[in-house]
Design a protein around this ligand. Structure first.
Ligand SMILES: Cc1ncc(COP(=O)(O)O)c(C=O)c1O
Length: 411
């Protein structure tokens, strides 16, 4: 579309923008089990209003925007409080789980360099998020992937065997994305502590929800800074914090470790440049939205949202378990559910669901379908399970096959 020679009226442009979204998934209607989170119009409205107020404020330099410095500090303190962080914990906000994980790899490489490690590697369960690979690619750290157990949890013995004198980082997830399993953090952190290397817990999915599920009586194993040896954690607020996209927190056990994530230079004519993240200019909008949504929802609100999400996930799992040919993968202790399909191609099932207006992630190995269940699914999981049942029957009858698709975007 060419740039119009003369500007068009705002109403007309915005109407066209709305029309463009006609083909997008209905993420507020409880029919999308990936990518977006929704806890009602009120919370969404707070995120929008706060985002709007600081959209063009720049968190690159908080001397100019002390409001953003304050908001970031408040958000980091709240998240640290959820996760048993010790006195002296040091954190910052990033734009998402990927940036948090990429910086985790950078920080581990830099600490390794300080220890004289010049050919660093990181040891990860096969289930750890793809963003770790992005960090390894960007920062030239070798990724050593270790198979997970039959329960989809990391295997600490296999990780121990894969570690060597060049290992700068080991990781666990709470929970991991593909099957929603919670890794044995205590055992993995002990491996890291024994070699004095970094141990990151990727709680991008669980950092908000797991502390509340524990308070609700769910048997959540130790996964946070209360575990000795855990040196850093990532927590996404644009997932179960139900705030605007562009908000994650990366916490380090102490300031010394966070220093390895920070970049500083004066090697140009523009003066001293320093930043804790990948970006330079950074919109204040998502920081403000995160701050405002945390304040608006509050402790009791997050407790209730966690209860509602978990209840929806438990109901969905129960229904999926009852569908012939559907097998749920692993114990699903948090709010995610993945399932395989016997006697039919799961991706054909996903195609049929998509034709019916339901969106699930396609993944593998093993070929399976992924559902991230949040509070916005409270009223739709039964209808979704009905749709899965019908789609499985139809895919079996037709023996159709579907496309595996991609988690991200390929151009
Ligand atoms: C466990 C885990 N880590 C990291 C990420 C990456 O987060 P983002 O998509 O915000 O970059 C995700 C995304 O789903 C995730 O589930």
């Amino acid at each position: 579309m060419p740039l119009p020679p003369h500007g068009r009226p705002a109403d007309e442009v915005l109407a066209e923008l709305d029309a463009l979204q006609g083909g997008d998934v209905d993420w507020k209607g409880g029919r999308v089990f990936s990518l977006a989170y929704f806890a009602g119009d009120e919370i969404y409205g707070v995120a929008r209003a706060a985002n709007d107020r600081l959209l063009s404020a720049n968190a690159l330099n908080t001397a100019a925007f002390p409001s953003l410095k304050q908001m970031e500090a408040d958000v980091v303190a709240t998240v640290a409080g959820w996760l048993g962080a010790p006195e002296g914990v040091a954190g910052s906000m990033t734009t998402g789980g990927t940036e948090s994980l990429v910086l985790t790899v950078l920080a581990a490489r830099e600490r390794g360099r300080q220890m004289g490690i010049t050919e660093p590697n990181m040891v990860l369960p096969l289930s750890a998020h793809a963003a770790f690979e992005k960090g390894a690619h960007y920062f030239d750290v070798r990724s050593v992937r270790v198979p997970v157990g039959d329960d989809f949890r990391a295997d600490p013995d296999a990780m121990a065997a894969a570690m060597d004198e060049n290992t700068v980082l080991v990781a666990a997830s709470a929970p991991q994305y593909p099957q929603g399993a919670i890794d044995p953090v205590e055992e993995i952190a002990a491996l890291a502590a024994a070699r004095d290397v970094n141990c990151h817990v990727d709680a991008c999915m669980g950092g908000v929800v797991l502390p509340y599920l524990r308070r609700l009586g769910e048997p959540i194993p130790p996964f946070d800074f209360s575990v000795d040896g855990v040196t850093s954690m990532s927590i996404d607020l644009h997932k179960y914090g139900y705030t605007a996209k562009g908000a994650s927190v990366l916490l380090h056990r102490d300031r010394q470790r966070r220093r390895h994530q920070t970049f500083v230079t004066d090697n140009w004519t523009g003066g001293l440049y320093g930043s804790t993240g990948v970006l330079g200019t950074k919109s204040g909008g998502p920081i403000a939205a995160a701050w405002a949504v945390l304040q608006h929802v509050g402790d009791d609100g997050y407790l209730e949202l966690a209860r509602v999400a978990r209840d929806a996930q438990v109901r969905l799992r129960r229904r999926l378990d009852a569908i012939e040919g559907v097998s749920v993968l692993g114990d699903t202790p948090a709010t995610l559910v993945a399932f395989g399909v016997d006697g039919a191609d799961p991706f054909a099932v996903a195609d049929l669901l998509a034709a019916d207006g339901w969106y699930v992630d396609r993944q593998g190995p093993p070929p399976s379908l992924h559902c991230t269940v949040h509070a916005g699914h409270a009223g739709t999981v039964e209808a979704f399970a009905d749709a899965v049942e019908a789609a499985v029957a139809s895919a079996r009858a037709s023996a159709a096959s579907g496309e595996a698709g991609a988690y991200g975007t390929l151009d």
